[in-house]
Design a protein around this ligand. Structure first.
Ligand SMILES: [Zn+2]
Length: 358
C-alpha cells in the first residue's frame, strides 16, 4: 500500500479516536463520514491496491468496534442508578439526567392569575399570607363560630385525616381559606390599637368532597380577604370588591348586587353577584342568559369571630370574603370546564404560555 493511502488511514484513525473520546454515543464513529469515505475509496483504487487498503480500513473498523465493546462493558459494570433519586450537581456529567429546557414550560394559568389578583389588592393596601393545606378543627370551624354539631359544618363536605389534632379531633384538608381568619386576626390585632387596619388577603388551595363535573372540582383555589378597622361598614365591603372586579376584568361599568345568605362567621352574610362583564346584562352563555353572575360569599365578620381573637366588636368591625379563583379565571377567559386546570393537558396549558392568552 502506498504512502498516501497509508497516511489517509492514519489520519482518519486519529480523527475518529478523538471523536470516540468526546462522543456521548460512542457508536457514531462507526457511522461517521470519515469511515464511509475510506470504504468508498476502496472501489476507486486499482486492483492491486484494493486488498491492502481494504484490510487497513477493516482493521481500523475492528479497532473502533473493540473500543466500543470495551466501553460498553465498563458502562454495564457501573452500579445501577436510582433514577428517582435527586442527583448531586457535582456528579459526573455523563451520568446526570438531562434537564428539560425552561422554555418548554410556563407558569400555570392559576398561579399567573393569583399573582395578578394579589397585585390588585396590594395596590389597595392589603398584605398577603398563604393558607395551609392541612389544618385543625378549631381553625376550620371552632374559631369561625361553627359550634360543635352545628349543621353548617355538613355543608363543607370536608376531607378529614385519620391523624388527630391536640384536641383529639381529625386534622382537616381545609374546605375554605377562612380557616386562616383567626390566625390573621390574632397576629395583626396590635395594628388596630395603633389606628391601622388589618387588611390581609389569603390565597390557598382548598378541598371538598365534591362530585367532579365541569363546574366542580374536589381541589380548587380560593382567595380570602379580611379587613378590620373602626367604623367599617358593609358599603366598604361592596366598594372594595367592586373596585377589585373592575380592575380584574378591566371594565369600568360593572354593577354589583347582593342578596342575603347565611354563613356562621359573618353577620350579615351576603351572596355577591356582578353584572355579566361579557354581555352588559343582555344575557349570554357565561351568565346563563341571566345577565348576572353569582360570584362569592361575603359579609361583616361575626362579633363572635372577633371576640375569639380578643378583638372588641364594639370598637372594631370588619368584613371578609372568599372567592373561588377558578371561577374568576374561567369567566375571564371563557374556559368551559374547571377540570382543565388540574388535567395537565398541554393543549390547554400552552394557550397560556409565553404571555399568549386564549
Ligand atoms: Zn352574560
Amino acid at each position: 500500500m502506498n504512502q498516501e493511502l497509508d497516511n489517509m488511514v492514519a489520519s482518519v484513525r486519529e480523527q475518529l479516536l478523538k471523536q470516540f473520546a468526546s462522543a456521548e454515543d460512542k457508536t457514531t464513529v462507526l457511522r461517521s463520514n470519515e469511515l464511509r469515505t475510506l470504504y468508498a475509496r476502496i472501489a476507486q483504487l486499482p486492483n492491486d491496491q484494493r486488498a491492502p487498503f481494504g484490510n487497513a480500513v477493516n482493521k481500523l473498523k475492528a479497532e473502533l468496534s473493540d473500543l466500543i465493546r470495551q466501553h460498553n462493558e465498563q458502562e454495564s459494570a457501573l452500579p445501577a442508578i436510582d433514577v428517582s433519586a435527586p442527583f448531586a450537581l457535582n456528579s459526573d456529567k455523563a451520568h446526570r439526567p438531562k434537564l428539560l429546557s425552561a422554555d418548554l414550560g410556563s407558569v400555570h394559568p392559576l398561579s399567573e392569575e393569583i399573582s395578578k389578583i394579589c397585585d390588585i389588592f396590594y395596590g389597595m393596601g392589603f398584605s398577603m399570607v398563604e393558607s395551609r393545606e392541612i389544618d385543625d378543627d378549631w381553625h376550620m370551624f371552632g374559631s369561625l363560630n361553627f359550634p360543635e354539631g352545628h349543621p353548617a359544618r355538613d355543608d363543607y363536605d370536608t376531607f378529614m385525616t385519620k391523624q388527630l389534632d391536640k384536641d383529639n379531633k381529625p386534622l382537616i384538608a381545609p374546605a375554605h381559606t377562612s380557616s386562616m381568619q383567626h390566625r390573621v386576626l390574632l397576629k395583626n390585632k396590635h395594628l388596630l390599637d395603633k389606628g391601622q387596619p388589618i387588611a390581609t388577603i389569603i390565597p390557598g388551595r382548598t378541598f371538598r368532597n365534591e362530585d367532579v363535573d365541569p363546574r366542580h372540582e374536589h381541589t380548587f383555589n380560593q382567595i380570602e380577604g379580611i379587613y378590620v378597622n373602626s367604623q367599617v361598614n358593609i358599603g366598604n365591603l361592596i366598594a372594595t370588591l367592586k373596585t377589585f372586579l373592575e380592575s380584574y376584568f378591566n371594565s369600568s361599568n360593572i354593577e354589583v348586587k347582593t342578596q342575603p345568605f347565611y354563613f356562621p362567621f359573618t353577620e350579615p352574610s351576603l351572596e355577591f353577584s356582578l353584572s355579566c362583564p361579557f354581555c352588559n346584562k343582555q344575557g349570554c352563555s357565561v351568565c346563563s342568559q341571566s345577565g348576572w353572575i353569582e360570584l362569592l360569599g361575603c359579609g361583616m365578620i361575626h362579633p363572635q369571630v372577633l371576640r375569639a381573637a380578643k378583638i372588641d366588636p364594639i370598637k372594631f368591625q370588619g368584613f371578609a370574603w372568599g372567592v373561588g379563583v377558578e371561577r374568576l379565571v374561567m369567566m375571564k377567559y371563557g374556559i368551559e370546564d374547571i377540570r382543565h386546570f388540574e388535567s395537565g393537558k398541554l393543549s390547554f396549558l400552552r394557550q397560556f404560555s409565553a404571555g399568549g392568552y386564549l
